[in-house]
Design a protein around this ligand. Sequence first.
Ligand SMILES: [Ca+2]
Length: 481
Amino acid sequence: MEKALNESETTIPAQGDTRATEQVPTEDIGGGAISALFDGSEVITPPSTSSVPTPSGQVPCYRDEGETIHGMLAVNRSLAVLFVDASTLADIEHDYGAAIYEQVRAILTNLILDMRGVETRRDDLVTVSEDHGDTFLIFLSKKREERPFGHGDLETMADRIHEYLTRRLTRMTSSYLRRRLKLGIGYSLVLYNPLINSDRLVLQLIEEARRMAEIQDYRLSVKSKEVLQEIILKEDVRTVFQPILDLRSRKTLGYEGLTRGPQGTEVESPYMLFDIATEAELVFELDRLCRRNAIISAAELKPHHKLFVNLLPTTIRDPEFQGEQMLSFLKENNLAPSRIVLEITERLAIENYDLFLEAMKTFTDLGFEVAIDDMGAGYSGLEKIVHLKPRYLKFDLMMVRDIDTSFVKREMLKAIHSLAQNVGADVIAEGIERVEELETLVELGIPYGQGFLFARPKPRFIEVPAVEHRIVNEVPGLIVD
Ligand SMILES: [Ca+2]
């Protein structure tokens, strides 16, 4: 993603989220994990508001600017409007609460106001369609001596503004976006007619711009789908590996294969990839590619290490992942099923329970081990999980974040840990970033973990030095890479 852009723009990082400033695709998903599509509704403490701008001017509702708007229409004999629909930001309010949402909305408002003089004219009238709403209406001013707006000009302007706002807003709010940011930008032009009530002309103008935003949105979905189809056809994904460690001895249990899209593109992050795939109904195809790529890329894996591969329950229906064909594919890549742990998201396991039970049997009969992924991520199917008898339970990274200060998260982990012990499974904690989180996990007796504290996902297999090889006074577990 863009690193070279103006650094003075404000970013609001989620607390303790080192990823926010690094533009690294979020860890702990990849392969077939589509946890990204099913957000845990985690409440994050709002960051200090001192770093967040308040809008440099209050944006009025267009209804309160009737006189100005009618004046522009009459004087210019026409009126053009740009329609900016940011209603998908409502997800942020749902996931993080109203305070964070207001901050994100303030950032967007500032971007739109600051855009004047750059992408639009300085004296354009910026309004919202409703007070506190997330739809902006920018009435375009122009000097009388200039030629009137043509539709081509407006279309070009809408495209430029779409790019301008999407890029900046994505970067500045990346910690809160679990999905692709979608802004709908439409435009319209109405001609002045003294016989028709100006209010009605303005309403017609707005309605047409709204519909145009929908059309533009559709056009962009088609484009994203094309990008993804090309990625799948060219097999243009990479697998990076993150070690999973014994938290006491630091010995490596294995590596989780995580998928990245083409480097430096909007779809480098697996969240984006799977988000587009869901919309384009290409999840199965993408999941299959990620899984294949993880296995093919694991050639250097040492024999005593396991490979954790994410997959969807529907994989069981994939002829390529069945019987002889699969076994010979694994053999070609020097892997036996006994070295592979299949990670399946808790939510999908529960939602597709019968299929999943069948999958468990098929896969465990062949010698695979199974991990239930993203445990605790806002979905509770604990009782059903007991019957699945998985080998590992992976505790979701959102639950590990700040677990040292969260009573609720610790209690949740205790429940999952004792459940694991009852069914002969081991807990793996994901997304460990801070020493205090690690200490809490060790105190609670959690055997395994992974996270940036030890190693970032890399194209090669990093071995974290075992405890006995480290200086006693050194910070526990910290590995620099
Ligand atoms: Ca996973």
